[in-house]
Design a protein around this ligand. Structure first.
Ligand SMILES: [Zn+2]
Length: 444
């Protein structure tokens, strides 16, 4: 089926991003076949179905390179006991209980609801990191099913950790990686690891062996809090990144999430091994763990992407957060204007290319048909030269009208077409209090 998304302002994305007023994007099946002037496209593809995009901007679908779907049901939950005063307590009192309390249907709903939110935010590709020690085997299958039903793309993994049981989660990753193989462009697999401080050398060695044999990367939290760094120095006499490098966790397909508490030598190691870093500014602010030295990583040529860490599925909001955080942290109003959008628009696409083998984030002939179509009428001139100003100060507050992934329209006029939002939210409101109750009964 051929579709013309027409009469909108097209922003092509990619390295030489163009702005086309009264433009059109033509898709056929899962692929973009042409991008250009709306009238010319209408003449060239007269038979195509037309989707009116007047008053809208047509952008490449957004990408989130670190998410935790499983965190969904934490919303509004009262956390038992004293408020956590540090990062490890946040894990012990909230996340390491919540993940154990999840049952089969909770896992499915916990994926479906953020997938709906992704569609609402124009986020068409997600790299997720899952944990559910109480219902581990087959959990990635449940999430895969939800992703396929929603119509988005996702790279999935299970968070291996020695905290409950030695090597817990290795088999879940292993069989899922084998099942997915090279992937079909919609679902990809990684080896998921929690963090250095919950993983023994033996587990790291085993996981890296499986990942290497399968040709996939590792997805791991790195030095999110100072506790991860201190643990590594105390137990292994080396900082976190050095330890991970020693066991071969680094590499072009691997993702090191956060990297807040790392030194210059670790940054050099990340750069020399071409390991990707994913920055999650909102989460770092929420957990009060510190500020990633973003510019020092970028200066070294590190590929730094942007994730939400489960805080939301809205990538424009996350980009704006990065922009504001690094201005404040550096006390310099000249910085982050280029870098924050770069993480979202270019670097996330580069990271995904290593996972999916597809070039996302660009509207051009032959590229995947993933679109975020937003209601936005520019109140000032809009060109290639000032697009980032519109992105940071205007589009960030605009509503996504239509979301397209793999050529399929997943939302039109703000209505989700692939999942029943009301019904799923109602069921989640029934199940969440039961999960909260199970959580209350769990020991730390
Ligand atoms: Zn995370």
């Amino acid at each position: 089926m051929t579709i013309r998304f027409e009469n909108g302002i097209v922003v092509t994305g990619g390295l030489n991003s163009k702005v086309l007023w009264n433009g059109a994007v033509v898709t056929e099946g899962e692929t973009i076949v042409a991008v250009g002037d709306a009238t010319a496209m209408k003449n060239q593809f007269p038979e195509a179905e037309a989707v009116e995009c007047k008053g809208m901007m047509i952008l490449p679908g957004f990408i989130c390179t670190h998410h935790h779907f499983y965190s969904t049901m934490a919303r509004g939950m009262a956390i038992p006991g004293e408020p956590a005063s540090n990062f490890v307590q946040i894990l012990e009192r909230l996340w390491w209980k919540l993940d154990r309390a999840l049952l089969e249907e909770d896992i499915t709903l916990s994926a479906q609801i953020p997938l709906i939110e992704c569609i609402r935010a124009g986020t068409t590709t997600v790299i997720d990191h899952h944990a559910s020690p109480g219902m581990r085997d087959g959990s990635l299958d449940l999430i895969e099913k939800a992703v396929r039903q929603a119509g988005l793309r996702a790279s999935l993994c299970y968070e291996v950790s020695d905290r409950n049981v030695a090597g817990g989660g290795i088999e879940e990753n292993e069989w899922f990686i084998k099942k997915i193989g090279r992937g079909d462009g919609q679902i990809a697999a990684m080896m998921g690891l929690h963090a250095s401080f919950t993983l023994t050398d033996a587990t790291l060695e085993k996981c890296v062996g499986i990942a290497r044999d399968a040709g996939v990367g590792c997805h791991i939290h790195v030095a999110e809090d100072a506790a991860d760094r201190e643990d590594s120095i105390q137990k292994y006499r080396m900082p976190t990144v050095n330890r991970l490098q020693k066991w071969g966790v680094t590499g072009e397909k691997s993702i090191f999430v956060h990297c807040v508490h790392i030194d210059e030598t670790e940054m050099d190691l990340i750069a020399s091994t071409k390991t990707s870093v994913v920055h999650n500014p909102e989460s770092n602010m929420n957990n009060a763990v510190g500020v990633t030295r973003l510019f020092e990583l970028l200066k070294r040529g590190v590929l730094v992407g942007l994730g939400t860490d489960g805080m939301s599925s809205n990538m424009l909001a996350q980009m704006r957060c990065a922009y504001l955080l690094h201005r404040l942290a550096n006390q310099d109003p000249r910085v982050a204007f280029l870098e924050a959008p770069q993480l979202l628009l270019q670097n996330n696409a580069d990271i995904c290319e290593r996972q999916f083998g597809l070039r996302l984030g660009e509207l051009a002939q032959g590229r995947p048909a993933d679109l975020a179509i937003m209601n936005y009428i520019p109140p000032t001139p809009l060109t290639e030269a000032n697009f980032l100003g519109h992105l940071i100060f205007g589009l960030v507050h605009a509503r996504v009208d239509t979301t397209v992934c793999r050529g399929k329209i997943l939302m039109r006029n703000g209505k989700i077409l692939t999942l029943d939002e009301e019904q799923l939210a109602a069921r989640s409101r029934e199940l969440a209090p039961k999960m909260w109750q199970r959580l209350q009964g769990l020991a730390a």
